[in-house]
Every structure is written in C-alpha cells, then in structure tokens.
Design a protein around this ligand. Sequence first.
Ligand code: MSP
Length: 513
Amino acid sequence: MDKNFYITTPIYYPSAKPHMGHAYSSIIADFFARFKRIDGFNVNFLTGTDEHGLKIQRAAEKKGIGTLKFCDEISETFRELSKILNLTNTDFIRTTEERHKLSVQHLWNELEKNDDIYLSKYSGWYSVSDEAFYTEEEIEEIDGIKKSISSKSTVEWVDEESYFFRLSKWEKPLLKYYKENPDFISPISRKNEVISFVESGLKDLSVSRKSFSWGIKVPNNNDHVIYVWLDALTNYISALNYPNTTDNLFKSFWPASIHLIGKDILRFHAVYWPAFLLASKLPLPKKIYGHGWILSGDEKMSKSKGNILDPLEIINLYGLDPLRYYLIKEVSFGNDGNISKERLENCINSDLANNFGNLCQRVIAFTFKNCDGKVPDKIDFQKEDLKILNNFKSNLDKIRKKIDNQDINFYINFIVDTLFESNKYFNDQEPWKKKIEIERLNTIVYTSLEIIRKISIMLYPIIPQSSLKALKIFGLKENDIKFSTLENHNYLVEGRSINKIDILFQKIEKKDD
Ligand code: MSP
C-alpha cells in the first residue's frame, strides 16, 4: 500500500495580511496531515505564498515599497501564522525563490517543446484581483464599471502580444480524465460545474504578459513574464525539486494525494493545472477538493470588501484549539460557513469544557480517590464496556475511508456522539455505587480511561495541544499517538500511575448565564 501522503494548501497572495479564510484552508490541511501521520503515513505538507503578478506589484506600489521587500514582509506574516496555527507543514514555498523559478522555466520549455505554446495577441478582459482572463459572457456592467459575474471583481481591457497555451487541444483528454477518475474533483457538486465549463468549449489560454515585469521571465524572450497562475500552480512540484523527477521527494510524493483549495480557484486547479501536466507528460494529482468560504455576514471575506476577520484576534480571545475545533466542526465541510462568537463560545462550553474536559476531570478524580491514582487491574469487561470500546474498533476502517473521502463531518460527529455516549456510560455505570464490587469498579474505571485515551487520539488532528495535554494523564507523548491503537482495549498498563492534569478548557462566562 502507498504509505506516502502529499497535501497542499493554495499558496496565498501576500497582497495583504492573512485572514480567517486563509487560516481555514491551512487548518483543514493540517487536520488531514496530522490524521494521516498518526495513521502511519509519511506526510509531505506544503504551504506558501504566491508572490508574482500585477496584483502584488500594484499592492507594493501603493505602499511605496520595493516589490520584493513588500513580499518579504507579508510572506513572513503568513509563515508566522503557520506557526501560530500550529501547522505541521513540512515546507513553505515562496514563488520568488530560485528553486521555484528554475522549475517554472523548465515546465515552460517542456510545454514549448511539445508545441503547446505559441505567440499571438490577447485582446480581452482581465481581473487583476483574480489574476484571471474573462470572456465577454463572463462579465457584466454595474454602475458603468465592468465586473466579473462570478467574483464581482473589476476587470480591465488588455490588448497586448502574448504567448498562448493550447488549452483547446486538451478539452477531450480532460473530459476523458474526469470520467475515468470520478473522484478527481470533489465535492461532487463542484465537479459538475467544472465538467460543464469544459464541455462548453475551451479556448487557448494567454500565459504571458508584456506590460509589466513582476514575474518569472519567459525563457528566450525577456519582454514577457509568465502568467502568474502557470507560475503559481507549479509550486506544487517545484517544492518537490522538479525538474529533477528522479529526486526522492518527487518520486515519493508526486502525484499529490490532494490539493486542498477554495471553491473560487477550482477552474485553475481542475482545468488549467491538469492540462499543463498532461501537456508536459507528468502525472495528475489524485484529487482536487474545493472547500466553501468563511463568510463575514453573508459575503466572502476579502480585503476589497473590508470585512476581514482576523484569526489572531480570535486566537488571543479564545485560544487556538477552540478556533480549530470550531472551524472544523461548525463549518460543514464543502459548504460555506459563518463565524459567530456565540457559536464559538457554545462549542467551548458544551463540547470542549463540558463533554470532553469534564469527562477527563471526573474520571481522573475518581481514579485518584478509589484506585490510588493507578490504572486498575483485575479487569473483566462486560457487555456494556465492550459495546463502547468496540465502537472504536469496529469503525476504524470506516473512519479511514471517510477521511479519504474528506468526510470531516463524519469524523467530528463520531467524536461528538462518542463523547456523549462516554459521559452517559460513566453516569449509567455508577462506579461510586460499586465500592464493594471492586472488580466491577476497576473495570468501569479502566474502560473510562481507555475511552479518554481513544478520544484524545481522535481529537489530536483537530485540537493537537489539548489532546497532548489530555494524553499526559497516561504519560503519552506525540510519538505514541497511533490511530491503530484504537483497536486495542488493553493498551493501558494495569497498575501504572496516571497523572492529574490542569483544566483543559475554561468555560466562557456568558452575560445571560
Ligand atoms: N494565490 C492564489 C492561489 C494559488 S494556488 C496555486 C489565491 N490566493 S488567495 O490568497 O487569494 O486565496 C488563497 C485561498 O484562500 C483560496 O483557496 C481561497 O479560496 C481561500 N480563501 C480566501 N478567502 C476565503 C474565505 N473567505 N473563506 C475560505 N477560504 C477563502 O487564490
């Protein structure tokens, strides 16, 4: 079985500071990376910044700073955010790095060699904000200003010499590929969108610009810079040392297991990128997943709309793990979702503090009071104990499959339901009434401790810091976290001391409490 897993986030435009939408993409990617890692996979996890193009050049001009210096500063805030979000990315790529430039120019040469690039002239609409070309049918006029219908960004007229990529040539091969690889584009609703776009006919794509210089030069024609999307998409392989396809990184991790992106950039990933790869005879990524947006009010957050939610503000107020938990649980994965402080506070109070935190504290306190602070011995599992323990064991493969289908909603619901069942189990078994049936009391405590261990492991990809804190009860460290151990009902060593831990989550005082 292929035990290598390669996941990517989009590379972010460093045109402004990161916002909640960016944090969301990254946290979700980290969730998958961590899960795969504890399930024994060798994980490569890439994120970074997309620094070329007119959008960035203009943003730098507006600030009156040199473009690279401008990128250096903002790219650094994205790198810092990765740390603050506790991401386990294995690399952070900047498209202004030399390794990337070499890779992009090589890819360009390959495309040219295979006669997929020709010189002509582009006359049409361009959105700097989206870095995208739009046809007449894709734009509308609002208050005398031409805008993209889909993104509402302003478009401007471009009339200049340009290199073109023969995208039209790849229309049929792409449709064939989508058909033969039904999981390539997910979720399914977005796949249909892409297929109808391709079926409606692909025009050749302008892949260079002549009227500005902030980009990677077209080899052999320094008057042109390479279109920023052809440049940016290549990051996924330049970070694996492409063009050195015999390099260990490339051999181990290409094709990528999944490119995680927002739904607004699906066309670039599900049409242009696979076409570039087909044309350069490289394998295609296994999956493109287009997630929904984090809305502010009813709108997508964006700098131009001035409705940005700052992840740092929320983290300072509530902590990182509650934010991670909230984004993973409350934004139904694949759909759009809203951020509301009220719902975030409810998550903290009810799921994290009451259901998880309390379970840990109750069981620890009971173990200290009645079992000398040790994992009890003389265990004899009964039907009711095995029922709850087997629920993990019998669902292990199902959980793995759900993760491979990006069904985060299943994963989190499994945890929420199990937490509910676990609290109910402890209440129903009433170990405090079993002080003279010592074997029964021991078995209930053992089972409860096992459940806490298992749930903490499942929570690790979502709330890693808190999960590690909880696992301190058993003296377990990050390296000990293995998903496969959820199968084992007898993992905890009888007679070994457990540890008291601090409160995991402070409840938020609500005004009407
Ligand atoms: N630079 C390109 C991506 C190149 S990938 C080869 C880009 N950058 S971006 O900074 O504008 O957006 C990066 C990602 O953030 C996209 O996936 C986008 O969908 C996501 N988000 C931006 N705003 C968002 C929300 N409000 N909510 C969720 N994600 C959103 O596009």
